[in-house]
Design a protein around this ligand. Structure first.
Ligand code: NOJ
Length: 546
């Protein structure tokens, strides 16, 4: 059976603000991305997912869109975007857009019209509701803390709904016209030749009711808007009315609060082709509560949830990093003695999983979290409100609150300008101050350096990507968990009569491993010499079993 593009290709996520600044204004841009297409080709990836590039006031770095049909001038023009598609196509690379349709920016003309004129049709594009006495219309809270209702200035007791920041008002999917507007946007980009969409918070777009939510500290109200039947119906409609009219295009959903059963339902109903799970992203690799001095993390906290999804759903978007997560080598690997080994072990682990593999910019060189970020350096709107909430709830100083937020959730850690070489600003641009500070470890971690080092993390990624690109068993094989201990992830992939075993030590410990004898053929590994019956710190291997 012929594979679909998303089943065949590895996807590389670009955060446009941070990838490459071609005009030296401090912000990454489309021309910058075009200039790096050969690099991406040499890496072996087959698709690029672009985080939002549309016009936006950047309150949430583009996840607040003020015009779906225009490119943010900081990133370039629609002509630059067309050129990107064309240049990518020449290299057999497909482009995937970020579709942010739960909300728009409060600067979108629909919302501005709705504010200006109560009788405008755009009023019903959003949720405007009267307050409940002196209180907001219901008790829901926003994913970024606080109430998710904002008072409308100049109107008596009127509020609008925003599940994220107040600058991101939620769209009303009970309104047929809103659905039609989104279908128009999908068509516009599919006609340009994009291969699919990563759909932002897509399992929350349909609000069944606006009743009060059950008691919960986070996202109170979620039972009224997560994975609702109406949500499935809208996505099914997009498929039938739009996507099915194009060849080989796909949707990947960003879907927190999912169970494997619901995830599979999205796939079976063709509402989505795949989705991202968040169980492993929320695993306790960091101090969940700031008063704890140490973390209680064990590698099985990472691999067990991943295995659960690998076993229980037919396809998935597999990832360790994205623009909302901490850097994986800092979180699950070792930044010191076993830096290279651990980054490579994570690469082998990720690239051996079932599903579509997503690599986030910088992951391929072992990019780490910042060491010296301060509250003042921080750009991330979510982290800023988390600091305020932590100060209020836990009565801790700003410094302490920030330290904790920074180590646990600060999204800026993965958003630093890309580490290209050891010149000024890491080669991201020609020296203009950057929108977010450059991580000062760029002299030791950067693309140029690693391209020239045969033993580098980057060269291991290339090797592993090429291995996967040629491997039917990694693309199509079933996933089987193999019993192991809390530190070593073991699993098998099986296709027809063929079987391979993947063994990844995700710790600094050394293990005796009886089963790893010479009779089994090592296909690829991250250590140059494997010592029989021993698993070295962060050693990772793939064996041919049958
Ligand atoms: C998920 C995106 O990945 C995140 O960056 C954004 O802040 C929220 N959705 C809101 O759009």
């Amino acid at each position: 059976m012929k594979r679909k593009a998303y089943q065949d290709r590895i996807i590389y996520q670009i955060y446009p603000l941070s990838f490459k600044d071609s005009n030296n204004d401090g912000y990454g841009d489309l021309k910058g991305i075009i200039s790096k297409l050969d690099y991406l080709k040499s890496l072996g990836i087959g698709m690029i997912w672009l985080s939002p590039i549309y016009k936006s006031p950047l309150k949430d770095n583009g996840y607040d869109i003020s015009d779906y049909y225009e490119i943010n001038p900081l990133f370039g023009t629609m002509a630059d975007f067309d050129e990107l598609i064309l240049e990518a196509k020449k290299r057999d690379i497909k482009i995937v857009m970020d579709l942010v349709i739960n909300h728009t920016s409060d600067q979108h003309k629909w919302f501005l019209e709705a504010l200006k004129d109560k009788n405008s049709k755009y009023r019903d594009y959003y949720y405007f509701r009267k307050g409940n006495g002196k209180k907001p219309p219901n008790n829901w809270n926003s994913a970024f803390s606080g109430s998710c209702w904002e008072k409308v200035k100049g109107e008596d007791n009127m509020y609008y709904l925003h599940l994220f920041t107040k600058e991101q008002p939620d769209l009303n999917y009970h309104n047929e016209e809103v659905i039609k507007e989104i279908e128009k946007i999908l068509k516009f980009y599919l006609d340009k030749g994009v291969a699919g969409f990563r759909c932002d918070v897509i399992n929350q777009i349909y609000k069944t009711s606006l009743e009060n939510g059950k008691f919960s500290l986070f996202s109170r109200g979620r039972e009224h808007y997560e994975n609702q039947e109406g949500n499935f119906k809208i996505l099914e409609r997009f498929r039938k009315e739009v996507l099915d009219r194009y060849d080989d295009v796909f949707l990947v959903g960003e879907t927190s609060a999912l169970t494997p059963k619901i995830g599979q339902e999205y796939i079976d109903r063709r509402a989505l082709d795949m989705f991202f799970e968040f169980d492993h992203a929320f695993c306790k690799s960091f101090k969940l509560i700031p008063i704890f001095k140490k973390s209680f993390y064990k590698p099985k906290d990472l691999y067990k949830p991943i295995f659960k999804w690998q076993k229980e759903v037919s396809w998935i978007g597999a990832y360790l990093e994205n623009h909302d997560q901490l850097r994986s080598v800092s979180r699950f690997g070792d930044e010191k003695e076993y830096f290279k080994e651990s980054a490579k072990a994570l690469a082998l682990f990720l690239l051996s999983l079932k599903g579509t593999i997503f690599i986030y910019e910088g992951e391929e060189i072992g990019a780490t979290n910042y060491k010296d970020l301060t509250y003042e350096d921080t750009n991330d709107c979510m982290s800023k409100s988390a600091v305020d909430t932590a100060m209020k709830l836990l009565h801790v100083s700003k410094k302490r609150a920030f330290k904790w937020v920074n180590e646990t959730v600060n999204r800026d850690n993965s958003r630093a300008p890309m580490w290209w070489d050891d010149s000024l600003n890491a080669g991201f641009n020609e020296g203009h101050p950057t929108w977010l500070k450059v991580n000062n470890n760029y002299k030791n971690i950067n693309v140029k350096l690693e391209e020239n080092d045969p033993d580098s993390i980057l060269n291991f990624y290339k090797k592993m990507i090429s291995f996967r690109n040629k491997s039917d068993i990694l693309k199509d094989g079933e996933f089987k968990e193999v019993k192991s201990n809390s530190y070593v992830a073991k699993f098998a992939r099986k296709l027809n009569d063929e079987e391979i075993l993947i063994v990844v030590n995700l710790s600094k410990k050394k293990f005796k491993e009886k089963s790893l004898d010479e009779s089994k053929k090592i296909l690829i590994s991250n250590y140059s010499n494997h010592i029989n019956n021993v698993l070295m710190p962060y050693e990772a291997l793939i064996y041919k079993i049958k």
